[in-house]
Write a protein that binds this ligand. Structure first.
Ligand SMILES: [Zn+2]
Length: 95
């Protein structure tokens, strides 16, 4: 394994989501119609992300950062590309 890793996370668009959304780590869960309201009030956002050796999973924003941190393992640096609804943000994690 190299010394750097890149991960991609894609937001679950609350305006398109029809089904309940549930975080795979903490089990925080909302009906689609409540997710829209909470998202619009900047209370919560859910993302899909695939960490190497794991399947694609759904994370709430808190757990997303925990999963990224856990996924770093012994790495010193990790880039996270977050695809939001209308733009992309690149974050650099280091320890
Ligand atoms: Zn969570």
């Amino acid at each position: 394994m190299g010394k750097k890793m890149n991960l991609k996370a894609k937001i679950i668009n609350p305006f398109e989501r029809k089904a309940r959304v549930t975080c795979s780590m903490c089990e925080l869960s909302y009906l689609a119609r409540n997710y829209v309201i909470l998202y619009e009030n900047e209370k919560v956002a859910f993302f899909k992300m695939k960490v190497p050796s794991q399947r694609l999973k759904i994370y709430c924003h808190d757990c997303l950062y925990k999963a990224v941190h856990n996924g770093m393992g012994v790495l010193k640096e990790l880039k996270l590309e977050m695809e939001l609804i209308d733009h992309t943000v690149n974050l650099l994690f280091s320890k």
